[in-house]
Design a protein around this ligand. Structure first.
Ligand SMILES: NC(=O)c1ccc[n+]([C@@H]2O[C@H](COP(=O)([O-])OP(=O)(O)OC[C@H]3O[C@@H](n4cnc5c(N)ncnc54)[C@H](OP(=O)(O)O)[C@@H]3O)[C@@H](O)[C@H]2O)c1
Length: 250
């Protein structure tokens, strides 16, 4: 039986991946702030398959909750950081920008670094049995998006951090595989229900792309193919032109 910890499992993509892994027979440790949603998953799949901890990644005691999950599960094969907040914020409400940075940047670093250090100290991990760490970033990290400055910048930060970690893991010869998961639009609570978004997929579809990509231990998982094409061309737009493309609203 394989074991995963999913931080941000209470809704959206994290919840869909949790459900899919449980159906495949994984044992899963789940975390998030909304306790009733954690309990709901535990009740649905049984305490022998799901263990949960309330965790707010912006708080320093998040690492204690992570330690408790690790202690209850034993050797964890996969840590998925599916936590994230994102808002369009054209009025630059400072608290929204700062809260986004605290969750997406500070929260990710707190959880991922703690897990890396756990793997480093645990002899059960080795070249034959590597730990897999994956973070859901976004295609939004490709460029700074005017309507969502903090969101797009935090997503870029997450991807750059993973690149740095991937180099560090090789430097230190740590038994860790890293994956950067970059979805396009997925129908979840993060999207504004009153807005139209192009090329939206369901959480269940997103979960399938993620699980397939993780099974192949892919370093970067961008989906679906339409977003892979968009990102390819998006990257070629020179900065001076991008900054003048004021019709970009999503
Ligand atoms: N949906 C999209 O179109 C899309 C596209 C690209 C990337 N993504 C990324 O996918 C990830 C998942 O988002 P989603 O779309 O599935 O949205 P979601 O349904 O809102 O899920 C966000 C998850 O993050 C958790 N979370 C938020 N703040 C937290 C905190 N302080 N501590 C612990 N957990 C926290 C939430 O749980 P609690 O509220 O219970 O804490 C929830 O489980 C995010 O990183 C997002 O940026 C989404």
């Amino acid at each position: 039986m394989k074991r995963a910890i999913i931080v941000g499992a209470t809704s959206g993509i994290g919840r869909a991946v949790t459900t899919a892994l449980l159906r495949q027979g994984w044992q899963v440790g789940i975390a998030g702030r909304r306790e009733h949603l954690l309990n709901e998953l535990e009740a649905e799949f049984g305490a022998e398959n799901v263990v949960s901890e309330v965790m707010d990644v912006t708080q320093s005691d998040a690492t204690l909750a992570l330690d408790r999950l690790i202690a209850r599960l034993g050797e964890v094969d996969l840590l998925l950081f599916a936590t994230g907040v994102g808002h369009q914020n054209r009025d630059l409400v400072e608290e929204i920008e700062l809260a986004t940075i605290r969750t997406n940047c500070e929260g990710m670093v707190r959880v991922v670094d703690h897990f890396v250090n756990h793997v480093k100290q645990n002899p059960a991990y080795n070249a034959q049995h590597k730990a897999h760490i994956a973070v859901i970033t976004s295609v939004a990290g490709t460029m700074g998006i005017g309507t969502a400055p903090a969101y797009s910048a935090t997503k870029k930060m997450q991807s750059t951090y993973l690149t740095a970690l991937a180099q560090l893991v090789r430097m230190e010869q740590l038994p860790i595989t890293l994956s950067d998961i970059r979805p396009g639009f997925v129908r979840t609570e993060i999207l504004n229900p009153d807005k139209e978004y192009p090329m939206v997929i369901s959480c269940e579809q997103a979960a399938q792309y993620i699980i397939k990509g993780l099974a192949h231990r892919r370093r970067v998982i961008t989906f679906d193919w339409r977003y892979r094409c968009i990102v390819f061309f998006w990257r070629m737009i020179p900065r001076w032109l991008w900054e003048r493309m004021t019709f970009v609203r999503n």
